[in-house]
Ligand binder design. Structure first.
Ligand SMILES: *[C@@H]1O[C@H](CO)[C@@H](O)[C@H](O)[C@H]1NC(C)=O
Ligand SMILES: *[C@@H]1O[C@H](CO)[C@@H](O)[C@H](O)[C@H]1NC(C)=O
Ligand SMILES: *[C@@H]1O[C@H](CO)[C@@H](O)[C@H](O)[C@H]1NC(C)=O
Length: 188
């Protein structure tokens, strides 16, 4: 009888213990938690300041209390930024009359179709925790802005008008990639 009640308490303690740690971690001041999680996670990304500022600025940020959410939001931000960049390129295409630039912008537009689709798919794959796919797709998306940049290198004496946009997309993707790898590692 004694050993049964001991076992019962042991099971009870084991069942309660992780949750106690969790609720303790969440703490008394809930408003501070997301910021801490974001800062800690972003410290492990290549572009820390951009990581922190972009995620904190996001509408969903207050609800991001774990690493999974931080990574998901980072991928979503990269997706939105890539699609903004593509839209800017389409606008430039409408206003430029230099045919070599038009060709580059058209090629960039096609290349960005791929990046935007991969990032969109990645953002939704967080629901099923398909981290392996997300890592592969985000890594592939990072190549597209660099490919776009390369098109302009073929025009002698011309500087790419889209360098800064391409750079931001690459940086947001490398941050998103680092965060997704962190979540994936935590799962193993
Ligand atoms: C929670 O954090 C905010 C912002 O840092 C602070 O102003 C507030 O006093 C804190 N509240 C408690 C209960 O610690
Ligand atoms: C996202 O994209 C736009 C347009 O390319 C840019 O102005 C903005 O600074 C970018 N950065 C972030 C963090 O969203
Ligand atoms: C480009 O021009 C076309 C035709 O005038 C227009 O329909 C389209 O909305 C424009 N695209 C952008 C991104 O401004």
């Amino acid at each position: 009888m004694k050993s049964i009640s001991c076992l019962f308490f042991l099971v009870l303690i084991l069942a309660i213990w992780p949750r106690r740690i969790l609720t303790h971690d969440v703490g008394d001041n809930k408003s501070n938690v997301p910021d801490d999680v974001i800062t800690e996670a972003c410290a492990k990304t290549p572009y820390k300041d951009l990581c922190i500022s972009s995620i904190k600025d996001d509408d969903e940020s207050p609800r991001s209390s774990d690493l999974h959410d931080v990574a998901r939001i980072a991928v979503k931000i990269a997706w939105i930024n890539a699609s903004d960049a593509q839209y800017e390129m389409k606008k430039m295409l409408n206003t430029t009359s230099v045919s070599s630039i038009q060709h580059c912008l058209m090629d960039c537009d096609a290349t960005y179709d791929d990046a935007v689709a991969n990032l969109e798919e990645s953002a939704s794959a967080f629901d099923s925790k398909g981290y392996g796919d997300i890592v592969a797709w985000v890594a592939a998306s990072m190549v597209d802005p660099q490919t776009c940049e390369d098109y302009f290198k073929d025009i002698p004496g011309y500087t790419s008008p889209v360098t800064s946009m391409n750079n931001v997309v690459v940086q947001l993707c490398s941050n998103a990639l680092a965060l997704t790898k962190l979540v994936a590692d935590g799962q193993n």
